[in-house]
Design a protein around this ligand. Structure first.
Ligand code: NAP
Length: 288
C-alpha cells in the first residue's frame, strides 16, 4: 500500500522553479500527505525563466490543486495569476498558489514561516527592533511580514543599498505602525544598530555550502549577546555566522524552522490541515 498510493483520484500538487534538484519540499510535502493519509502527491517541475506562462497553462490544464513557486518565478508570477492575497501584493512575490475552482490565487508564506518559527521558539518581535542583513527576495518577505505583524522598527543592511532602500520605502509608505531604515553593510554601523535591537537575521546567501567558510559579519565584536540571531540558511545546519554569534553568547536559530513553517502554511492553504511538524522534522533531518 505504502508503495502504491497513487490512484485515479490522486490530486496533483508541486513546485515550479529552476533548478529544483536539491529542493527539500517534495520530501516534506509527500511525507506529510502520506502521514495524514491524504490522496495527494507533490512533484518538482523544473520550469526555466521565460517558460513561466507555458508552465502556468500546463498547471491549469492538469487542474493541479496547488503548487509552490520558487526562483526565478516568484516575482513575475504575481502579474500572471487570477488573484493575489493583500500581503503578497505588497511583498510583490508569491511562493504558494491554490487552484480555487479553476482560478489560480497567489499567497506568500515565506515571511509568515519565519514569524511562526520565532513564535514557536518564544522569541518576542512585537514592538521590537529587528536588524536584517540582505535585501533579496527572502529579506523582502521577512521584513514586510515582521512589520505587518507588529515589529516596531526594521533596519536593513545590504551590499547594494538601493535594494534595501526600496524595501524600506514600502514599509514606511504602507505599514505606518512600523519604522524602517536602510543602512550600509558596514560593521560599525550594524554594531551601533544592534545595541538596542532584539533580533538579527541573516537573509544574505553568504554562508551557504558554496561559501561555507564565510559570514556576512566578519568581526565577532559586532554581535550583541542579548540579540537573538537567526540565519535563514538551512544547509549547512550551523553557519559560520551562527557559530560566531554563539561565541559571544547569542542564542541562535537556523533556517530549518522557517522552511518547515512556510511549508506548513502552504500545506494548510491547499488541504485545510496542519502539517505533522515533529514528524516532518525527523524526515528532513534523516535526509541530511
Ligand atoms: P536573493 O534574492 O538572491 O538575495 C541574496 C542576498 O544576498 C542579497 O541581499 C545579496 O546582496 C546578498 N549577497 C549575496 N552574495 C553576497 C556577497 N558576496 N556579499 C554581500 N551580500 C551578498 O536570495 P534569497 O532568495 O533572498 O535567499 C537568500 C538566502 O535565504 C539563501 O541562502 C536561501 O537559501 C535562504 N532562504 C531560506 C529560506 C528558508 O525557508 N529557510 C527561504 C528562502 C531563502 P545584493 O543585493 O547586494 O546582491
Amino acid at each position: 500500500m505504502e508503495n502504491n498510493f497513487i490512484q485515479g483520484t490522486t490530486g496533483l500538487t508541486g513546485l515550479i522553479g529552476y533548478p529544483l534538484k536539491h529542493s527539500l519540499s517534495p520530501s516534506m510535502h509527500n511525507s506529510a500527505f502520506r502521514k495524514l493519509g491524504l490522496d495527494l502527491v507533490y512533484l518538482a517541475f523544473e520550469i526555466e525563466d521565460g517558460s513561466l506562462q507555458d508552465g502556468l497553462n500546463a498547471m491549469r490544464t492538469l487542474n493541479v490543486k496547488g503548487f509552490n513557486v520558487t526562483m526565478p518565478h516568484k516575482q513575475k508570477i504575481v502579474q500572471l495569476l487570477d488573484g493575489v492575497s493583500d500581503d503578497a501584493k505588497i511583498i510583490e512575490s508569491v511562493n504558494t498558489v491554490k487552484n480555487e475552482n479553476g482560478k489560480l490565487i497567489g499567497y506568500n508564506t515565506d515571511g509568515k514561516g519565519l514569524v511562526k518559527a520565532l513564535e514557536e521558539s518564544g522569541i518576542a518581535y512585537k514592538g521590537k527592533k529587528v536588524v536584517i542583513l540582505g535585501a533579496g527576495g527572502a529579506a523582502r518577505a521577512i521584513a514586510i511580514q515582521l512589520a505587518f505583524d507588529g515589529a516596531a522598527q526594521i533596519v536593513m543592511a545590504n551590499r547594494t543599498i538601493i535594494k534595501a532602500k526600496m524595501i524600506i520605502n514600502t514599509i514606511n509608505e504602507k505599514i505606518p505602525t512600523s519604522k524602517g531604515k536602510a543602512i550600509e553593510m558596514d560593521e560599525e554601523i550594524i554594531k551601533e544598530e544592534l545595541k538596542d535591537a532584539s533580533i538579527l537575521i541573516n537573509c544574505t546567501s553568504i554562508g551557504m555550502k558554496s561559501t561555507i567558510d564565510q559570514s556576512p559579519i566578519s568581526n565577532v565584536d559586532t554581535f550583541n549577546k542579548d540579540v537573538f540571531v537567526v540565519d535563514i540558511i538551512y544547509d549547512p545546519l550551523k553557519t559560520k555566522f551562527m557559530s560566531m554569534a554563539e561565541e559571544v553568547g547569542c542564542k541562535t536559530m537556523n533556517g530549518i524552522d522557517m522552511l518547515i513553517y512556510q511549508g506548513d502554511l502552504s500545506f494548510n492553504i491547499w488541504t485545510g490541515e496542519d502539517m505533522p511538524i515533529e514528524y516532518i522534522k525527523e524526515v528532513l533531518f534523516k535526509t541530511k
